[in-house]
Design a protein around this ligand. Structure first.
Ligand SMILES: *Cc1c(COP(=O)(O)O)cnc(C)c1O
Length: 354
């Protein structure tokens, strides 16, 4: 694939690491590529970061044809910039595209786009501890008609944002509200696809939880509101007795790459790990009788997020006295160690930018 590069004539000043936050600052360029039924993917280009101009009837604005990915580039102590399992994100994006009738991108082209873009923007990868360059590939349907049908025209873009350390004052366990009214997704729907629509449907419950002082929502299944699904934009894991349990991929939850990586690390270490149905009743019982020893969320943004409190139907349960547990800490240290290049990458997950 040929990628044309047009460099900006007015590069921005790189921000101070202390001001980064999440997704507020963007780099100088973006990758773009267009799709049409007739021509397939074409016009791959890296151009200066700028506003888009789209037709007011564009599909995405009316019918929500949009998917996205999220991954990071990390700067090692020796200065090298590297990505974490980018091929997994590319495969998941194509699976999301298939679900939403958006065009798929050949894996090698998507990887080439990511690599060329990160290579050009790599000076934007911050070097302060636990900072990174967040990469946001996304795709939307861009037909200029109000007719409802599978997409004939689409646009694929990658933007990048230097992001700060998720945990500024050490890892703080979060408080989670178990949602028993709204649901995020149902089997047969789009739960396993990383699409904007899932987020639009989640906002109301998230907002309600926030008002009550909780940082995120734990979703139950969309049919019976009985089985645990995931937490906000993270997958969820529990240590109940000697067993580490995470909801199985049933079609309504997002197959997280952090989740997959945690399972691979835990299995290698010989932990007893189950991907299975876990009901809210089983979890509530484990909370009551003290066998719920640890709970954590996992996702690219925070990597591992310990859960210190769960609230279900107005009853509050403290997990591990509100402190980070041993397995949670081990996973955090192992994954972040590999990502920032401080630990040997025995799994072959690292993709250095050459
Ligand atoms: C992206 C996402 C996750 C986490 O996936 P990772 O690949 O680990 O970042 C979990 N749940 C939802 C709903 C997501 O959108």
């Amino acid at each position: 694939m040929n990628i044309s590069i047009t460099k900006t004539t007015c590069p921005k000043e790189k921000p101070d690491a202390s001001t980064l936050g999440f997704g507020k600052i963007f780099t100088d360029h973006m990758f773009m590529m267009d799709y049409s039924r007739e021509d397939g993917w074409h016009n791959a280009r890296i151009v200066p970061f700028e506003n888009l101009s789209i037709h007011p009837a564009s599909t995405v604005l009316h019918y929500g044809s949009e998917i996205f990915e999220g991954l990071k580039a990390y700067r090692r102590a020796d200065g090298q910039v590297q990505m974490f399992r980018p091929i997994e994100n590319i495969r998941r994006m194509n699976s999301s595209a298939e679900r939403l009738c958006l065009p798929q991108i050949p894996e090698e082209d998507a990887l080439q786009a990511l690599t060329a873009f990160v290579k050009l923007e790599q000076d934007w990868t911050p070097s302060a501890p636990n900072t990174s360059l967040y990469l946001r590939p996304f795709m939307f349907g861009n037909d200029e008609t109000l007719g409802v049908h599978a997409v004939h025209n689409a646009t694929f873009i990658i933007i990048a944002s230097p992001v700060g350390s998720y945990y500024k004052e050490g890892i703080n366990p979060v408080k989670i509200m178990i949602e028993d009214e709204d649901v995020r997704a149902v089997r047969g729907g789009t739960g396993y696809a990383k699409c904007g629509g899932n987020y639009a449907a989640s906002n109301r419950a998230g907002e309600r939880a926030e008002q009550k002082g909780y940082s995120q929502v734990l979703w139950l299944d969309g049919v019976e509101r009985k089985y645990i699904e995931e937490v906000g934009a993270m997958n969820v894991m529990f240590k109940i007795g000697d067993e580490i349990v995470t909801p199985m991929l049933s079609g309504s939850i997002l197959p997280g790459i952090t989740r997959k990586s945690c399972l691979e690390v835990l299995r290698k270490e010989g932990y007893q790990v189950s991907e299975r149905l876990i009901s809210i009743d089983e979890l509530a019982q484990a909370m009551k009788d003290g066998t719920l020893l640890e709970a954590w969320g996992c996702g690219t943004a925070a990597v591992i997020s310990p859960i210190g409190e769960l609230c279900y139907k107005g009853v509050k349960y403290t997990v591990n006295e509100g402190k980070i547990g041993q397995v949670t800490q081990y996973l955090y240290d192992t994954l972040t160690g590999i990502q920032w290049g401080n630990k040997n990458d025995e799994f072959g997950w690292i993709y250095p930018i050459q």
